[in-house]
Design a protein around this ligand. Structure first.
Ligand code: PGA
Length: 241
């Protein structure tokens, strides 16, 4: 399968910024780039034939859940992807592994492909607890889930997310070792040996060539640098080569 680039625009851009962004973004119909804008701007991206993903998904399908957006609603717009369990939601919205597990199930039930983010903190890293932390998240987030072919695991060390001024990125060796470990945990615990792993955390035009050489990866998740359409296009090009 072709490698993918997931662009997480987070809660950035105003209406005019979106128009400028879409004006500058020249990506083909069958591009490997999936863009996850704020929900209110999604229709503009869809109108430009861009592959769109949600940044979060409700654990419910429809009803009295103020402020939420569901996988069922996303599918009705032709959306095929959703990020679940991003570290900012785990932290700012107190999303537990149980809640994330329910969201993944709701997404899969409605035919979405899920980009599940898992990550270790700096404290985990310092205490040599990174592997345990990732295993715990994988086992709890994916509990009782069978169809893993529709899931990408995005490994995002929390200490390297949004470090725009001095990008702090794991070394390629660290990323490769963790990606292989994730594959091993999934194989041993779910009997599935083809899980796709992405890397995220300060991925930029300046380091994408090096990250793209890591063979255990099936792509990247880009935050800050995807706000610049030229940079996103360049990352997409390098990853698809
Ligand atoms: P970043 O964000 O590329 O700005 O570090 C990545 C993410 O939060 O998914």
């Amino acid at each position: 399968m072709e490698k993918i680039v997931v662009a997480n625009l987070k809660m950035n851009m105003l209406y005019n910024d979106v128009l400028n962004y879409l004006d500058k973004l020249k990506i083909e119909n069958n591009s490997n780039i999936i863009i996850c804008p704020s929900n209110i701007f999604i229709p503009y991206f869809l109108n430009h034939n861009i592959e769109v993903g949600l940044q979060n998904v409700s654990e419910f399908d429809i009803g009295a859940y103020t402020g939420e957006a569901s996988a069922l609603q996303a599918r009705s717009l032709g959306i095929k992807y959703a990020i679940v369990g991003h570290s900012e939601r785990r932290l700012n919205n107190n999303e537990s592994n149980t809640c994330i597990n329910h969201k993944i199930k709701a997404g899969l039930k409605n035919g979405l492909k899920i980009i599940l983010c898992v990550g270790d903190t700096l404290k985990d890293k310092e205490n040599n607890n990174s592997y345990n932390k990732i295993k715990e998240e994988l086992l709890e987030d994916l509990k009782d889930i069978q169809n893993l072919e529709n899931i990408f695991i995005a490994y995002e060390p929390i200490w390297s997310v949004s470090t725009s001024i001095n990008p702090v990125v794991s070394t390629p060796e660290e990323i490769d070792a963790m990606a292989l470990y994730i594959k091993k945990v999934i194989k041993e615990n779910f009997g599935y040996d083809d899980i796709k792993v992405l890397y995220g955390g300060s991925v930029k035009t300046t380091n994408i060539e090096e990250i793209n050489k890591i063979e255990s990866l099936s792509g990247v998740l880009v935050g800050g640098d995807s706000l610049n359409p030229e940079n996103l296009m360049m990352i997409g090009k390098i990853v698809s080569e």
